[in-house]
Design a protein around this ligand. Structure first.
Ligand code: GDP
Ligand code: MN
Ligand code: MN
Length: 253
């Protein structure tokens, strides 16, 4: 087996209104069922999902939380505005964002963006992935999968990896249940987070600094589905999430 990953080169700094699908198609000969992996940073920039730092008035709560964590009250305010629940408030701010994704600081970024702004996560990442995927199909006549990514930390381990935050044309989870192992035993629980795995692999080529490579094409690993898909397929439902339950107990103890 063999798969291939390569960057889309010579992309400029992305501005509000930029057409990411067109920019990719102009620079790459896409093939059917390629996976187009795109850093959320540039999707957010193209959608102007950002807040001018000057316009933020931190609430009393934001000021108190920022003081405790030693962070910027304005950043904490944007994180609160972009979250539906705060799972951990100290020593880091771990929240569920407006789209259901749990991460530190709601994925609000201060890097790779003009210093006057905080960059938010795309507000509807599945919708953004779909719009880009459909536009690619229109422009170059190829059905592709699209995965929008961010770099996130992990519980229990040091080191960040790429994760999927929005998808189109690919189910984020591959279900192995019902398949047989080498000894004929039927698998009962194995589900594989394929979108996160692809995001992580692509993140190797994206890098985190000034590389300027926010788009990676994955070729030779067909994950394409014409179903109506959503990144939310991999978010645990509230009652089934023991970590969330544990954190809630800690908050109320
Ligand atoms: P995130 O993981 O989505 O938060 O994005 P990062 O800030 O880690 O950036 C991922 C990659 O995209 C790095 O190679 C950056 O240099 C690159 N990048 C970020 N913004 C832009 C941009 O506007 N234009 C280009 N060409 N590259 C960018
Ligand atoms: Mn980020
Ligand atoms: Mn990154």
């Amino acid at each position: 087996m063999k798969m291939e990953l390569f960057t889309v080169d010579d992309l400029p700094l992305i501005k509000e209104g930029d057409n990411i699908a067109a920019m990719i198609c102009e620079r790459t000969q896409l093939e059917s069922h390629d996976v187009v992996v795109i850093a959320s940073t540039i999707v957010a920039k193209s959608e102007a999902a950002m807040v001018l730092k000057d316009t933020i008035t931190p609430s009393e709560r934001a000021v108190a939380m920022a003081k405790k964590c030693g962070t910027d009250p304005a950043l904490v305010q944007v994180v609160l505005d972009n979250s539906v629940e705060q799972l951990v408030e100290f020593p880091v701010l771990l929240v569920e964002n407006l789209n259901g994704h749990v991460s530190i600081n709601a994925g609000i970024d201060d890097s790779n963006v003009d210093d006057k702004y905080f960059l938010e996560m795309p507000h509807d990442p599945d919708g953004s992935a779909k719009a880009i995927g459909m536009h690619v199909a229109e422009l170059c006549g190829k059905d592709v999968s699209v995965i929008i990514t961010d770099t996130n930390g992990r519980s229990f381990k040091i080191g960040q990896t790429g994760v999927a935050v929005g998808v189109y044309g690919v189910h984020p989870i591959k279900n192995w249940r019902g398949e047989k192992d080498l000894f004929g035993k039927v698998l009962e629980i194995t589900e594989e987070a394929v979108a996160d795995e692809v995001a992580s692999a692509a993140n190797l080529l994206m890098g985190e600094a000034a590389g300027g490579t926010p788009v990676v094409i994955v070729r030779g690993f067909d994950l394409y589905s014409s179903d109506d898909v959503s990144v939310k397929e991999m978010y645990r439902r509230e009652g089934e999430d023991i970590i969330r339950k544990g954190l809630k107990c800690l908050r109320h103890s």
